[in-house]
Design a binder for this molecule. Structure first.
Ligand code: SF4
Ligand code: SF4
Length: 153
């Protein structure tokens, strides 16, 4: 269900651009409003829908599995701490769900370079991630040649 933007509601704040993991929400340079530039690449993660302060983003069902007439609306209400989902089926049935907002507050996630350098044992961990500059180390560990099955000369 790719997203689309109600241009008259959008104020061009760019929250959807920042949050989209697929990098497909862009601001139109002429109209200064957001648009989904590649609906086929939409993850349907709803991040942009939930982040939009103007409730300007909606989702459109693909015709093969979501025939015309249905709708899915999401409303994020920070003051109540809730996200409400309203699903309308094309036969008129409606389902409503309310869940608590579990998103980490905007701007509160620390980047890897904001943590202290990894310990010696952490450097050997399978969970080690990120580039040396972000980890504040000279280089990442490499496999010893003797660990290859036939060795490398
Ligand atoms: Fe991007 Fe997710 Fe919104 Fe699709 S639903 S446009 S992937 S943020
Ligand atoms: Fe427009 Fe909403 Fe995107 Fe802001 S988050 S640019 S208001 S669609």
């Amino acid at each position: 269900m790719p997203t689309f933007v109600y241009m008259t509601n959008c104020d061009g704040c760019g929250y959807c651009v920042d949050i989209c993991p697929s990098d497909i929400m862009h601001i139109d340079p002429t109209y200064r409003r957001a648009l989904n530039i590649e609906p086929n690449m939409c993850w349907e993660c709803f991040s942009c829908v939930k982040a939009c302060p103007q409730h300007a983003i909606d989702v459109r069902g693909y015709a093969d599995f979501a025939p015309l007439g249905h709708s899915v609306r999401v409303l994020r209400e920070d003051e109540k701490g809730t996200i409400s989902w309203r699903i309308k089926f094309r036969d008129g049935r409606e389902k409503n769900f309310v869940s608590p907002i579990r998103t980490t507050p905007w701007g509160s996630i620390k980047g890897p370079s904001e943590y202290s350098a990894p310990t010696a044992s952490a450097m050997q961990s399978q969970a080690l991630a990120h580039e040396p500059e972000a980890l504040k180390v000279e280089a990442l560990p490499t496999l010893a040649r003797t660990r290859f099955k036939k060795g490398v000369v």
